[in-house]
Design a protein around this ligand. Sequence first.
Ligand code: GLY
Length: 336
Amino acid sequence: MSKMPRRKFLSGAATALVGGRLIQNASGAPMLPVAELTGAAPLIVSTWPFGKPANEKALEVLRANGSGLDAVEAGIRVTESDPNNASVGLAGIPNADGVVQLDSCIMSGPGHRAGSVGALSGFRHPISVARAVMEKTKHVMLVGDGAAAFAAKHGFEKGPKVSPGQFAAWKRWKAEQKRAEKNHDTIALIALTPSGDVFGGCSTSGWGYKLPGRLGDSPIIGGGLYVDNEVGAAGATGLGENVMRYCGTFLVVEFMRQGMHPQDACLETIRRIARLDPKGFDLSINFIALDRKGRFGAAGTGTGFEYSVTCPSFSRVIQSPGVTTADIGPVGGNRK
Ligand code: GLY
């Protein structure tokens, strides 16, 4: 996991999601159901406490009559610009060759449009390049040198291919020849606008010291992000390999289409994956979701996945329920 001190972002008056539906105040007293706390747009949900300033930027853009895409892009650019974030943007942990390769995608509910970049090096804002792929080409995804050539042609802001601090850490890692462990988080940010439309984006530097050219779930539509304007949106963070094999966010949205509350859709997706996967719950994956009714939720394997929720009446970090073996019984249906 990244070294981000997540706890320090939590407010003193801790709140929690209970039973997937209630928010609990610091003294443990249940408050209004989530749907009643929100139930109206705009609503912005993102992964991790570091998503909170991104949400707040997105809300500012929507309040100034910016579009849903403008809001998602501006919000994610906040996280991509953070020099202390070691898992999003050019301050991220590099790959095994010492180069930061960024993955990102963006999706618009209206028109069901999407754009994506993978293994992009040397550009500060992959979310903006992903949006340009969507708006300026007939394609959905550009990767590697082709994505970089496209970004250069369209004048996107460049940056160093690795930060000095991360380069020094990479040199130490290389000297020790350690295995790359799960050491990254991702921003996925989803938004419901006042017009009732849904948008989303996702951005990461991915698995630190990954094999050059490795793509995670974050640039994959239906993997790290999925938006359906009839239903809602979902985003993922965690180990991309364990999300993209199950089309995780697509599944969350499909469960919502069947009528599930976003919270239940996230939980059921994790249960489904854990039941099938040889690793059971040892998957390090987390989902966020919102629907067109203004309801939201999240769930993660293990405990302690924190996500950020922002609407006109509040902006806060919430702890999601973890899913454990006790919740579903035997797991690992594909063990053979
Ligand atoms: N979830 C981001 C990644 O695995 O690259």
